[in-house]
Design a binder for this molecule. Structure first.
Ligand code: BGC
Length: 915
């Protein structure tokens, strides 16, 4: 039948036909496809059956316009079982779609479902690195050991294998696996799946994910063998700020269960146990951050095949670790996502060759070489060249070597691609290779968590398009397993960085499950007193590392527990993320409230009771990162000034602003979840904090005591000043920017609101000058200086070409991406998940045209406009089952349903931003 409405893109837990999930009440979503306009769903009918057709759950016809995140409410689901589901819908004109069909399979749900044993190959225990503090790590003078010295303490990854025989016609086979360390698997000589760095980085002690693979086609009746390689990964390797090792354990281990179902209905299980044998492989070591050393002469071919002679391999130990931390994989795996060809290759005078990939990435290279037996080829990775175009390692700290070493076999062309490391780089320096490298012989392998690209922004200004490109690349390269600050130095899940970048991230990619997973650990690692860690997962040294700061959290970082779920709820429309994090949010706020109420600054000598009374609404004690990295402070000529100064000078006011903001958001969330009393408490608290802030810090002229751009921005954005003073405060901000030659001077926490605040306060002209500013600090300065990602420091390369030691790949300042999509792009959510949107492109930002596209949970939402003299042509696409309000010229509102809509209207270009 030729239907005009079709149900497509069926997903369970936001994935297509997932295998091995352990969510007991998975959620269903679908999209509606139609050529017609104004389509809304009026009802759905969903049926779940077992594979043999037996009905499990039948909703009957439900009158509802909900087409995303519908929870399963049938009888308990069974471990390992595959379920089929189908759904059809009715639209608002009474048309019925055909059934759309899909499936999902449950994983192992309880400890009892596991029959495998943890096994450990014979190995030396990993060496624990001596303790150093965060401050020591950043000292330029810190003496890091040479690679040769380090190598003595590094251990080889291990190969493990087991032979087994099976007989019968295989219907299906599933492999459930996880490890201490990161693993790759082979069955009968073929790689299993394409995951990299599994299991993903989680708070392993609380939550270790296992992965499920469909290996039906890799097995055959008769003799088989399975093999696993395991390397240190995040579990044991030298990770995070300080490069400490053994953060979760010091021995590699494997847990694996192969389950085979034969066509005759019988089943068989092959598990990790004492029958496994192990041997070191060709790697002398492989450390995620340091790099790997691989000796091709030690390769053992066919090591995962049945006939391989493993006589000399060692027996493994069966160990009794608890299985209570095992959970199914949730969210995307890391995979090879892209490959890049070199832009150029040149030689330096010392004979080394520098490969330039033209783009900063996170990943590694694959290189085909010809060399003599035993030749040692070294690959060093870096993000920049120095002022004179020479190779330059910009990253400092302990164990951040990013260097891979290959020892050649010497037999024709051999190809090397490291397996258990990733680096942040654009340039690779190759030494030890005499033949010159041809472009065809090398590729950059780009690795990140496998998420769908959902957003696209472009406009008539190519420099802003380059900025958008750089933001996207900083996102891809910092979303490898967890959301990180940077992919070369700390590679840590800094809560503040993500809090700032989450709105932009949710435009560019479908980050929902990725961030939901990470939030799980933010909760898992919340401290008993409610503090939320500055980076997550934390690891064994976190508390000791933070000792010098006197607390375990910071304003603006810990607030991620409230802000990030809220952003996800708004953008993806799923209330579960609020429910799941609600308790942790409450605990965080109680911690902050306790601090505010019980502590006053040491320096306080005040005796006036009103002043003393309001102190309990100000979060004005303890250490915070403040408006981190304010350019004028961090880049001041004064050598004694550094990042900590921007923290100290702003922390008190920043903390109080975030306290108010979190109280308000939490009140909204409480209200939404039906907790009216709590909502009332926090709405009231928010008012009191704002009042106290104004009384304490804002003078009659609207001048705030910490007279920095960022503080004004936060105060205005978070409504910390009464309407009486708002104009004055905004004028102070405008003046500060003008006095700074129309350049921004905002840190991490305020920069996301910079453009919005200026525009809402009537200073669009200043906002646009900041947007097009090309002097440092500015977004386009970086673009003009050849950036391919967003830098940690606006002046990472100075005007005279001097290259600094900071990271060239920090997404935080890329948070302007959100504004680009919303303002010139013109797309905004107005109800959760874009069920209703607002299309209101700002056509007066000095562009001739702009276009924003977003794949929402309902389908493609887009807005594209073009200026022709004083006329604007606007094309809008609204996904089925949603509606939108199109706002022309900031005032004419047109309500539209789904489908394509064209508008043409007069709009004189009032603001010549570039003038
Ligand atoms: C990281 C940041 C992080 C900060 C804390 C830095 O070293 O790279 O991005 O948020 O520390 O202030």
């Amino acid at each position: 039948m030729d239907k005009s409405i079709v149900v497509k893109n069926l997903k369970v837990e936001n994935q297509h036909n997932p295998l091995g999930i352990d969510i007991r009440s998975p959620r269903f979503s679908w999209m509606i496809e139609t050529e017609q306009n104004n389509v809304l769903q009026s009802a759905y009918h969903l049926i779940v059956t077992e594979e043999d057709g037996e009905e499990v759950w039948n909703t009957g016809k439900i009158d509802s316009d909900q087409s995303i995140w519908i929870p399963y409410k049938g009888p308990s689901l069974t471990a390992r079982k595959c379920y089929l589901w189908k759904v059809r819908i009715w639209d608002n004109t009474g048309q019925i779609s055909d059934w759309g069909r899909a499936s999902w399979e449950m994983g192992l749900l309880d400890e009892d479902d596991w029959h495998a044993f943890w096994i450990e190959p014979e190995q030396e225990e990993a060496v624990e690195e001596p303790f150093i503090t965060v401050q020591e790590m950043f000292l330029r003078g810190l003496k890091d050991k040479s690679l040769d010295e380090k190598a003595k303490d590094l251990r080889p990854p291990q190969l493990l294998r087991k032979k087994f025989a099976i007989s019968g016609d295989i219907k299906k086979a599933r492999l459930y696996v996880t490890s201490h360390g990161v693993y790759q698997l082979e069955l009968n000589g073929s790689r299993v799946g394409n995951n990299e760095f599994a299991p993903d980085f989680t708070a392993y002690n609380v939550r270790l994910q296992y992965q499920t693979y469909d290996v039906t086609d890799l097995l055959a009746s008769g003799n088989n063998a399975i093999g696993a390689v395991i390397a240190d990964g995040w579990y044991i390797g030298r990770i995070q700020l300080t490069g400490h090792s053994c953060q979760f354990g010091n021995k590699l281990g494997l847990l694996m269960q192969l389950e085979i179902e034969y066509k005759d209905g019988t089943t068989e299980r092959i598990v990790s146990d004492k029958q496994f044998v192990s041997s070191p492989g060709p790697w002398q070591y492989a450390d995620l951050f340091i790099g790997e050393k691989y000796d091709a002469n030690l390769e053992q071919s066919d090591w995962s095949c049945f006939d391989f002679n493993d006589q000399n391999w060692k027996t493994v130990k069966q160990v009794d670790y608890s299985l209570d931390n095992l959970v199914a994989q949730f969210g995307p795996n890391v995979r090879v996502m892209e490959e890049l060809v070199p832009l150029s290759i040149h030689s330096e005078t010392d004979g080394s060759q520098i490969i330039d990939f033209g783009q900063i990435i996170a990943g590694r290279i694959r290189i085909a070489i010809e060399a003599k037996n035993g030749d040692i080829i070294t690959l060093q990775h870096s993000e920049v060249l120095d002022k004179d175009g020479k190779f330059f390692m910009n990253i400092i700290g302990r164990n951040k070597d990013q260097t891979d070493i290959y020892i050649a076999r010497g037999s024709g062309t051999e190809t090397y691609e490291p397996k258990f490391v990733f680096h942040g780089f654009r340039y690779v320096r190759v030494t030890g290779l005499i033949a010159s490298i041809k472009k065809d012989a090398v590729r950059a392998i780009v690795l990140y968590s496998d998420m769908e690209t959902t957003g696209h922004f472009e406009c008539s200004d190519h420099r802003l398009n380059k900025l958008q490109h750089n933001i996207q690349w900083s996102q891809k390269t910092n979303m490898l397993s967890i959301p990180t600050d940077c992919p070369q130095r700390e590679r840590a899940g800094w809560t503040g960085d993500l809090q700032v970048f989450a709105p932009t991230a949710a435009f560019n990619m479908d980050v929902y499950l990725f961030l939901e997973r990470w939030l799980g650990d933010v909760r898992n690692e919340q401290f008993a007193d409610g503090q939320i860690a500055n980076f997550v997962p934390t690891g064994k040294y976190y508390v000791k590392e933070c000792a010098s700061m006197g607390q375990l959290s910071s304003a603006g970082w810990g607030d991620a527990i409230i802000i990030v779920p809220w952003v996800l709820y708004e953008r993806y429309g799923d209330v579960r993320v609020l429910e799941q994090n609600y308790e942790a949010m409450a605990k965080w706020l109680q911690y902050v409230q306790h601090k505010a109420e019980t502590e006053i600054p040491d320096s306080m000598t005040e005796t006036d009771p009103t002043v003393l009374e309001r102190q309990k609404y100000l979060w004005n004690t303890g250490f915070h990162f403040g408006d981190w990295l304010i350019p004028s402070i961090v880049e001041s000529a004064d050598e004694n000034t550094g990042p900590m100064d921007s923290a100290i000078l702003t922390k008190e006011l920043v903390a109080t602003c975030f306290y108010a903001n979190s109280a308000l958001l939490f009140a909204k969330i409480a209200e939404l979840l039906g907790d009216k009393e709590t909502a009332h408490t926090y709405y009231t608290l928010n008012k009191r904090i704002r009042k106290a802030f104004e009384e304490e810090y804002v003078d009659v002229n609207g001048r705030i005591s910490a007279h920095f751009q960022g503080i004004y921005i936060l105060a205005l954005q978070m409504d910390m000043v009464s309407s009486k003073k708002r104009l004055l405060v905004a004028a102070q901000l405008a003046q500060l920017i003008k006095d700074n030659d129309h350049k921004l001077d905002t840190g991490f926490l305020s920069v996301p609101y910079l453009m919005d605040v200026l525009c809402t306060e009537g200073y669009e002209d200043i906002a646009y000058r900041l947007l097009y500013q090309t002097d440092c600090p500015s977004w386009l300065y970086e673009v003009d200086m050849g950036a391919t990602t967003i830098w940690e420091s606006w002046s990472a390369i100075k005007k005279d070409g001097t290259v600094g030691h900071m990271s060239f790949n920090h997404y935080a300042f890329g948070c302007i991406g959100d504004w680009l999509y919303r303002e010139p792009g013109g797309i905004k959510h107005s109800s959760p998940g874009y069920k209703h949107s607002i299309i209101a492109p700002n056509v007066n930002v000095g562009m001739k045209s702009a276009k924003a596209v977003l794949k929402t949970g309902y389908g493609i939402l887009s807005s594209a406009w073009e200026r022709n003299n004083d006329f604007i042509k606007l094309e809008v696409n609204v996904p089925p089952n949603t509606t939108a309000t199109v706002i022309l010229n900031g005032e004419n509102r047109v309500e539209v349903g789904s489908g394509f809509h064209h508008f043409q209207y007069e709009s004189p270009a009032v603001l010549k931003a570039k003038a």
